[in-house]
Design a protein around this ligand. Sequence first.
Ligand SMILES: [Zn+2]
Length: 424
Amino acid sequence: MNLRTISMNNLKLIGPFKQLLPMTGLSPKGAIPDSELTVLEDAGILTEDGKIHSVGKFDELRKAQTGAEIFHLEGDHVGLPGFVDSHTHICFGGSRANDYAMRNAGKTYLEIAKAGGGIWDTVTQTRKASKEELIKNIVKRANRHLKNGTTTIEVKSGYGLSIDEELKMLRSIKEANQSTSADLISTCLAAHMLPKDFDGPASAYLEEISSKLFPVLKEENLTRRIDAFIEESAFSTTQIEPYFKKAKEMEFDITVHADQFSTGGSMVAVKFGAVSADHLEASTQTEIDLLAKSDTIATALPGASLGLGCNFTPARKILDAGGALAIASDHNPGSAPMGDLLTQAAILGTFEKLSNAEVLTGITFRAAAALRLSDRGKLAEGYLADFSLFHTDNYNEILYNQGSFKPCMVWKNGELVHNKHKTP
Ligand SMILES: [Zn+2]
């Protein structure tokens, strides 16, 4: 048997791209001028078994790899790595459309809660939903994001808020991952809020979760990530520290909902070596400098600012201080119902004066780093063959259109999973 022939059969050459942005050679941290972006012209991507074999001039790759299956692009296309959305809550039941209307009409958080709304409504609806319903919802939302170019999606639990209900959510996310071409990366957010029906203080709830739920997460391989919401309305820094200590001992990665309305969360994130601190709308220069000096990735969630009508994460200051900035959608039924990463990243760019390079790194390899994934977010040898094509001759058109310009094709693991042209 000739192994070389077999491997040749798995080679695919896609191109020629008018412009290809491999997102290579860029710093993992700090500000990036657009002049540092590499833009390859008349380029091709050669894939092998779902990974990138090589990137280069289309004609040269075609001559060198005569056995490759050619996927010839007609017209002008710009290619980018598949987007990574490192923070979502797309496993949920129900809708909070009525809350949204009430909030915009001036009702307070308490008035909305009294009318049966708020996060507890989502908890109730999610608990009511069967595992099959949750899986269906996750897959539907994930496939929409995939069509818009997002090939890796983090998904949190956190609307179950009991051991059994959190397990239902995380098992649903694990099963949903088998039914979508997007990669779903799960996170346990049992520490989203103290459940109304828990009989005891926050410390007792967190102790119960860490001692009884964490071991099952390991046994069933349900997640390698633990998240907590540090906020006046959720958990305090002192309540969370023993919880994170336990998570660290059990070798979970830590991520934090930090500094959304008040500071404190990002300090705990840095102290525990969290992979990311997300939100940061309330961060001051002190928190920004602390994050910039650390290995913790600062994640902006413009979808929450747009959903709540609040200020944006100080992304410009974070980059100028030397921090690593990821941008995620926070897609959730309460504060961030839109769930359109490209639109939100483009809008953050205009408000925070970010270069296109900074926005694009924030939704590609810097977002992958926030999930501790080093195999995606760039187009280079050995990386996953995850990429999107936009029907244009100029990559600046993509963010200029503020998200209304969607990819015409999306490839995941070397397979074409979305094609607007429908003439492969
Ligand atoms: Zn969130």
